[in-house]
Design a protein around this ligand. Structure first.
Ligand code: 26V
Length: 811
């Protein structure tokens, strides 16, 4: 923990300000002040960062590398000050200088280099690894443009580029001396040398991969790990300047652009796989650079690679970094002269893989021709891995050609990345119990029965430091006052809070804290969107990517049904509610964009109807991102987790809401099941189809949306309202949603769950009426949220998969 007093801090800050801005503090803008503070904070971190790295080199502890296409970090300043343990000193010092720390912190752009759950999980994991003294580092891409900025114009999503680097970024340090060269295309010739087959790769396009290192600061423990993000730069040494000298300088610019394109932009679609060459290029680019730099570091500091598999673990976040497997093989064999068997043993020992989705349309497979031409040597290795794997299959499943071709890594002209990841790793995990079960018994069943020992579950988690302590300081104080502060280091100690669930004073405190968070959110929405909401109403929240399987439409339909009832009977006795939505749709996903339009049309109609406004309001908060989540989640009363059972691998916002004392209304899907198991049926509101019912529909058919419409007049009414001009004079506007639900017999069974969802919402109303009961439920949810800290998850990865994290702790 950094020891610094207020006066020293003030002096350092003033000096820093002058140093970087060349003017006096009194002349600075707020943004100047933010920059100086962030820069000073980074300076404070650097010494510990260097020491941590030195210590790792000395102790030679096993290093974990978490490879991910996405890291959704959000803002870093608050996190850095808190984890360094100097936020209070800093706040006081700035106060003396008439500067408000909170006001500076919100000037920082979110670092939004991720789509959603998968990227945010990677960020929570980095925080937990550093805080648990685990030598674990991230490896990814420094996209020039992060996840697009969502604007809502006339109710529709419009995408704008996320220029998060436009004002510079103080956190990352460019390490030009650690740049690597990554080779694309070209041709590979085989030749023999001293009786060994060798490979010569020529005519390739070289790309310079330049690392930017971001410090990942452990919580008050003198550990600073590294997130290394790679940026693509042209390698002019190798460029054919003869064309340039002929005056064809456009060619040089074209060349520069084509190289920089590799790390230009994050793909914004997390649910439909498209075989884009540039994405494959991104994948190999960061994987190859990352592995080369790990090996180079190891060679310099340790020497022989003989027992590398005992010194490092590489985890691949989904299949996106799967090329780590053939890349390691390439380096071991082509550069280190290992035999195939030795290289394979090391590679599979080093690599472990997490699957994050069972949606078939999101599974990555690359056309062989594209793969081969972009990565000729890597393709040869994948082909050989496949050949050897198929040989094993032939021996076991004699004559079962169909099965073998289904299990193969290369088949039907594609390279199947999930198969490569499973074959080339020692551990394959799902992210919640049900998800892992489905992986084992359905999606990857053949591979599971072939490698039963590889498969395991690691239920997701979230860092309680960001999502409770930073996002909800008042609740954190209440926990400290009641149960002490041991939960900070041992989050499951929060269970002691259950003893206070029936305590009237604590209940009242909980209610007041929630009210204060709701008021803050209401002010935020007033300021940013000009909309007034009532903090005394129940805040009913669904925030996540917009996707048919997450069923924002189900939520919207029940609001439409309630609205109809309220028009008929304005005296209807219901709990006043504010329905809050937020989330981005993939730019090419028409149905999801249309869903946003429907929500906004419903909001527009309801919010302008004075007959019902005292009772209901609907808000769509634009540009959902980490910092917006931090404002919304602590203010939620009700957490909507309503995906079609079996479709949501885990969900992580469900855990964030629970930890902040919201009650969950949920299907038994993903980690909702584990939340239910923790809090008990009486402290969560469950509805909807069971897993068996859903799977039966998928396997045997029998679902009829028309039957639902004909059997239930409410369903008939609300589905008609989508297309009868009630919400929009253009009756065609929401046709795609109507057709998806009815004409195409919706594969996510929205209408099937409608009745059960309405009943569940009615239960929510009656629970909320009994304020004491509601608060005690909130307390029980908070008390049981500790197991969903990513510290627990990371401990399970470290002991169960990586075999890391002990040496240093025991020193
Ligand atoms: C897939 C693709 C497909 C190709 C284009 C770009 C792209 C980018 C990301 C993805 C992965 C999507 C998988 C994902 O985000 N899964 C979510 O992972 C969360 C963390 O485990 C989990 O809580 C969510 O339930 C799951 O949907």
């Amino acid at each position: 923990m950094l020891k610094i007093d207020k006066e020293t801090f003030k002096k350092d800050y003033e000096e820093k300000f002058i140093e970087i801005h060349g003017k006096d503090l009194s002349e600075g803008t707020d943004y100047n002040k933010y920059e100086a503070l962030a820069s000073l904070t980074r300076d404070y971190v650097v010494k510990t960062w260097i020491n941590t790295n030195k210590r790792y080199d000395i102790t030679r502890e096993k290093q974990v590398y978490y490879f991910s296409m996405e890291f959704l970090l959000g803002r870093l300043l608050d996190n850095a000050l808190s984890n360094l343990g100097i936020r209070d000193i800093c706040k006081e010092a700035l106060n003396d200088l008439n500067i408000n720390l909170d006001a500076l912190e919100i000037l920082e752009e979110d670092q939004g280099l991720g789509n959603g759950g998968l990227g945010r999980l990677a960020a929570c994991f980095l925080d937990s690894m550093a805080s648990l003294n685990i030598p674990g580092h991230g490896c990814g891409i420094r996209y020039k443009y992060g996840f697009f900025e969502q604007k809502i114009i006339d109710g529709s999503q419009v995408e704008a580029p996320d220029e998060w680097l436009k004002n510079g970024n103080v956190w990352a340090i460019k390490k030009s001396d650690k740049a690597q060269i990554v080779k694309f295309g070209g041709k590979v010739d085989m030749f023999s040398e001293n009786g060994k087959i060798k490979f010569n790769h020529t005519k390739y396009e070289p790309v310079l991969a330049v690392p930017y290192d971001i410090p990942i600061i452990g919580y008050k423990n003198e550990v600073v790990n590294t997130l290394r993000l790679w940026s693509a730069e042209p390698l002019y040494d190798e460029f054919d300047f003869s064309s340039f000298s002929r005056g064809d300088h456009l060619k040089a610019i074209e060349y520069k652009n084509s190289i920089e394109a590799i790390s230009q932009v994050l793909y914004p679609d997390d649910s439909f796989y498209e075989g884009k060459m540039l994405r494959l290029k991104q994948q190999y680019f960061f994987v190859s650079a990352g592995i080369q730099s790990i090996i180079r570091h190891f060679r310099t500091h340790v020497g022989s690679l003989k027992d590398l598999d005992e010194r490092i673990a590489i985890h691949i976040n989904d299949t996106h970094p799967t090329l780590a497997i053939p890349e390691l093989m390439r380096i071991f064999m082509d550069e280190e002269n290992f035999s195939w068997d030795e290289a394979w043993r090391m590679t599979t020992n080093i690599i472990s893989y997490t699957n994050h989705t069972i949606l078939a349309e999101a599974l990555e497979k690359w056309p062989v021709e594209m793969f081969k031409s972009l990565l000729p040597r890597i393709y040869m290795i994948v082909e050989e891995i496949n050949r050897r794997f198929c040989e094993e299959l032939w021996n076991k499943y004699i004559g079962q050609w169909d099965k073998i071709s289904k299990m193969a890594i290369i088949s039907d002209g594609y390279v199947k990345m999930a198969h490569l990841a499973i074959v080339g790793s020692h551990s394959v995990n799902g992210v919640a119990k049900l998800h892992t079960e489905i992986l084992k018994k359905q999606e990857m069943a053949d591979l599971y029965y072939f490698y039963p020992k590889k498969f395991n579950n690691k239920t997701n988690g979230i860092t309680h430091r960001r999502w409770l302590m930073r996002a909800n300081p008042q609740l954190t104080d209440l926990l400290k006052e009641t149960i002490g502060d041991s939960f900070i280091k041992h989050p499951t100690d929060m269970e002691a809070f259950e003893a206070y669930a029936g305590n009237r004073i604590v209940q009242e405190r909980l209610q007041n804290i929630k009210f204060s968070n709701k008021k803050k959110l209401a002010e935020y929405l007033k300021f940013n969107q000009g909309i007034s909401i009532n903090p005394n109403s129940l805040f009913d929240v669904q925030v996540k990517r917009i996707h048919a399987y997450k069923r924002q439409v189900l939520n919207c339909l029940r609001i439409m049904e309630l609205y109809r009832r309220l028009i008929e009977n304005p005296n209807l006795d219901i709990i006043p509610r504010t329905f809050i939505f937020a989330g981005k749709a993939a730019p090419g996903y028409y149905l999801a964009k249309n869903t946003i339009e429907l929500i906004n049309a419903v909001a527009n109609k309801i919010n302008n109807d004075s007959r019902v406004n005292e009772k209901i309001k609907v808000v769509f908060v634009p540009n959902y991102r980490v910092s917006v989540a931090e404002a919304i989640i602590p203010a939620a009363d009700l957490s909507e987790q309503i995906s079609t059972t079996t479709k949501e691998a885990s969900g992580t916002s469900n855990m964030k809401f629970m930890m902040n004392g919201a009650i969950t209304i949920a299907t038994l899907d993903g980690a909702n099941i584990e939340i239910r198991d923790e809090v008990g049926d009486e402290n969560i509101v469950i509805f909807g189809m069971t897993k068996k019912e859903v799977l039966d529909y998928y396997h045997k058919g029998g679902y009829s949306a028309w039957d639902m419409v004909n059997r239930d007049y409410r369903i008939k009414q609300v589905t008609e309202d989508i297309v009868n001009g009630f919400y929009c004079s253009d009756k065609e506007k929401f046709k795609s949603i109507y057709e998806h639900l009815i004409t195409y017999n919706d594969e996510f069974f929205v209408l099937k769950d409608f009745d059960s969802y309405l009943k569940a919402q009615k239960r929510v109303d009656s629970l909320y009426r009994d304020s004491s009961k509601w608060q005690s439920m909130c307390a029980i949810n908070i008390a049981h949220s500790g197991v969903f800290s990513s510290d627990r998850t990371i401990q399970e990865y470290a002991t169960g998969i990586w075999g890391s994290g002990y040496l240093y702790k025991n020193l």
